[in-house]
Design a binder for this molecule. Structure first.
Ligand code: 13P
Ligand code: SF4
Length: 334
């Protein structure tokens, strides 16, 4: 049995970052990070963005390897759009509660019960669910895509009931909704939010549309992660309440160091309950390991890839290139 040496620790962040920088050059890799990743990962990424930004970036990069610091469905999108590249994810367990809420067989049966409905499917779903979808949407482009669908065409929206409910209200369209939700955005407390707002009367509330209606009803701005970021950067206010995963506050603080950002509280004011447990699985150490070993790797059989690509291509064709309005947040700090 080996006895650990007192005070022995793993490699420092600086050592890991140096190793990652050597490896990314050696492997001709591009590192993509979602706004919910740990700040250290955002800072070394070649590109930081929301789901739509990252899909576009995945489609356009000429690297041999894509390291996707996000969750599994995002890395799958990269593989679907770039089959010739090796796509790795630091932790294959990094899933998503929305994806989990919507098994492909149940979704196919749901579609079969609504044969006249077009299926708009939120990108937070498995590749298998994408194969049964007509058009993929993200929170950046959903409104714009719905506006292009004829008014007499019935819509089915899956898997996020809160995003669907918000879009139905905004567009005045009747929609059949799949009853899924995000465990992170569902945990904000309306009671605590009202209390926080009373303590910070001038602070606008910015919320992601994955929040339930009782939270969105208090929001001054509702939008995707990049849209929330743009809102706080352009606003004259000094303090903001942010109702989405707190990882995004890293970019806000970097771009506006004089402003104050307060994460919206969870149930009973507990903190940290709104951190996405799936995003948090990715660490600098796992990022180094997946670059070094090119594993865990995303694999999708060609038939499924092509079937999942069709609704993603439709999404990209129907989305204006300026849709996400990404602020200049690509990360590298070296
Ligand atoms: P965005 O597309 O706004 O980045 O959202 C992705 C996500 O998973 C939110 O929980
Ligand atoms: Fe999925 Fe919610 Fe995490 Fe986004 S925050 S990846 S929707 S579990």
């Amino acid at each position: 049995m080996s006895i650990p040496l007192t005070g022995q620790t793993g490699p420092s962040d600086a050592d890991l970052i140096a190793e990652i920088n050597l490896l990314r050059k050696a492997k001709n890799a591009v590192i993509l990070a979602h706004y919910y990743q740990d700040g250290k990962i955002q800072d070394l990424a070649d590109f930081v963005g929301d789901s739509l930004d990252l899909s576009r970036k995945a489609a356009s990069t000429d690297a041999d390897v894509i390291v996707f610091c996000g969750v599994r469905f995002m890395a799958e999108v990269a593989k679907i759009l770039s089959p010739e590249k090796t796509v790795v994810l630091p932790d294959m367990e990094a899933g998503c509660s929305l994806e989990d809420s919507c098994p492909a067989d149940d979704f196919a049966a749901f579609r079969a019960r609504h044969p006249d409905h077009i299926s708009l499917t939120y990108i937070n779903c498995s590749a298998a669910v994408k194969t049964h979808s007509d058009i993929i949407i993200t929170s950046s482009n959903a409104r714009h895509i719905i506006d292009q669908i004829p008014k007499d065409q019935p819509i089915l929206l899956a898997p996020d009931q809160h995003l669907g409910g918000y879009l139905a209200k905004e567009t005045g369209r009747d929609m059949v909704l799949w009853p899924g939700s995000c465990i992170v955005h569902e945990r904000f407390s309306e009671k605590e939010l009202i209390k926080l707002k009373t303590e910070n009367p001038g602070a606008p509330i910015a919320a992601h549309p994955e929040c339930p209606a009782h939270i969105l009803n208090h929001a001054d701005h509702v939008g995707s992660t990049s849209s929330i970021l743009k809102f706080v950067l352009e606003s004259e206010a000094e303090t903001f309440i942010i109702a989405t995963e707190p990882g995004i506050i890293h970019q806000m603080q970097k771009s506006s160091p004089d402003k104050k950002f307060i994460g919206a509280p969870g149930m009973d004011g507990e903190c940290n309950c709104n951190q996405c447990p799936f995003m948090a699985l990715n660490t600098l150490e796992k990022l180094r390991d997946c670059l070094r070993d090119l594993s865990p790797v995303i694999e999708i059989n060609e038939q499924d890839r092509l079937a999942a690509k069709a609704p993603l291509d439709r999404m990209l064709e129907m989305s204006p290139t300026m849709a996400s309005n990404r602020p200049p947040t690509s990360g590298r700090a070296y």
